[in-house]
Design a protein around this ligand. Structure first.
Ligand code: TUI
Length: 315
């Protein structure tokens, strides 16, 4: 059904990428997504280089399909983890939370496809000129570190500004979201939150249940004052954080408050005092399912969405 330019570029069956979520997107989740026909992505977050190497090697055992690694550019280990993906010849590298410009020549030299996440048209244009293969345009509906523009506005603007494939991210969790993204000019989608609530996701069950319980207004943005807005579920931690932020706490103080909190939520299951990074579309997620079920549901639902639109457009 698909096999569009993005599928051909990445050698995947469906143009569905899995978000490279720190702590959440392990080799197990990434391999499951790749085995189900999408592109699984290991989220390296702040992982030290040796840990990432082990995760990549585990993914190579769990799948023979193409998979990727997401490099978080704010990581203190960014140079070392870039070297690991080069040594391991990871076929697809996505980047987040910054401008990956300086690393692009080395990645291109080993034949990796480079797909940065952007939150603005300006960065998308700049990166296209440097030679990236595709762009992920991520709206602020997403979980974790976000920009300031919604998916609905960002995707068509980026699609008009570049000629490489654009992948829409932020607020997509069902077939309607995929068709909407394609209508906005995207060639594919990146999905994070929906895959958190999957059987193969290794996150603590409390984290998955937090996704299931969440409604559309359950998340808040922290860190707006520091210039690094992060979308998380509102809880005890965010109430304290936002209170201190309102009272003019320094960036250093706020950063200290957030340190280790994503791990506490994802690994230890402390969803009250930890940082539960998920997107607004969590409101739509009602059940933990296997990755294969999720992807099949997404793909099989597409023709009905198109039919429904046709009824409206052609009547
Ligand atoms: O990176 C993400 N999402 C993330 S990273 C992350 S780990 C983290 N942990 C604690 C605090 C903060 C982060 C959790 N979620 N998404 C991709 C993304 N990239 N969203 C926004 C951006 C972005 C923002 C600004 C990319 C580039 C940019 O500007 C760079 C420039 O030079 O213009």
């Amino acid at each position: 059904m698909f096999k569009n330019k993005l599928c051909q570029l990445l050698n995947i069956e469906y143009p569905i990428l899995q978000g490279g979520m720190a702590w959440v997107a392990t080799a197990e989740l990434a391999a499951a997504v790749s085995n189900a026909g999408g592109l699984g992505v290991i989220g390296s977050g702040h992982m030290p280089p040796d840990a990432l190497r082990k995760e990549i090697q585990k993914a190579k055992v769990l799948t023979s399909k193409v998979f990727g690694v997401n490099i978080m550019l704010m990581s203190p280990f960014v140079k070392e983890v870039m070297q690991v993906v080069i040594d391991e010849r990871v076929p697809v590298v996505t980047t987040g939370a910054g401008n990956p410009g300086e690393y692009i020549p080395a990645l291109k030299a080993i034949g990796s496809k480079v797909i940065p996440v952007v939150a603005s048209v300006a960065l998308a244009k700049r990166l296209e000129r440097i030679g990236v293969d595709a762009i992920i345009a991520e709206g602020w509906e997403s979980g974790g570190h976000v920009g300031e523009v919604s998916t609905m506005s960002l995707v068509p603007l980026v699609a008009d500004a570049v000629s490489i494939p654009v992948i829409a991210a932020g607020g997509i969790a069902d077939s309607r979201g995929i068709i909407a993204a394609l209508a906005l000019g995207a060639a594919g989608v990146q999905i994070g939150t929906r895959f958190v609530a999957s059987k193969e996701c290794t996150a603590h069950d409390n984290y998955k249940q937090a996704v299931i319980k969440a409604k559309e207004r359950s998340t808040v943005l922290t860190g707006v004052s520091t210039g690094h807005p992060v979308r998380v579920i509102a809880n005890k931690l965010t109430r304290e954080y936002l209170e201190r932020e309102k009272n003019g706490a320094s960036e250093a103080e706020l950063e200290k408050m957030g340190a280790g909190k994503l791990r506490a939520a994802v690994i230890d299951g402390d969803v009250d005092n930890g940082s539960v990074m998920i997107g607004q579309i969590a409101g739509m997620v009602e059940e933990v399912k296997s990755v294969d079920e999720i992807i099949q549901e997404l793909v099989k639902g597409l023709p009905t969405v198109v039919e429904n639109i046709n009824h409206i457009v052609q009547s």
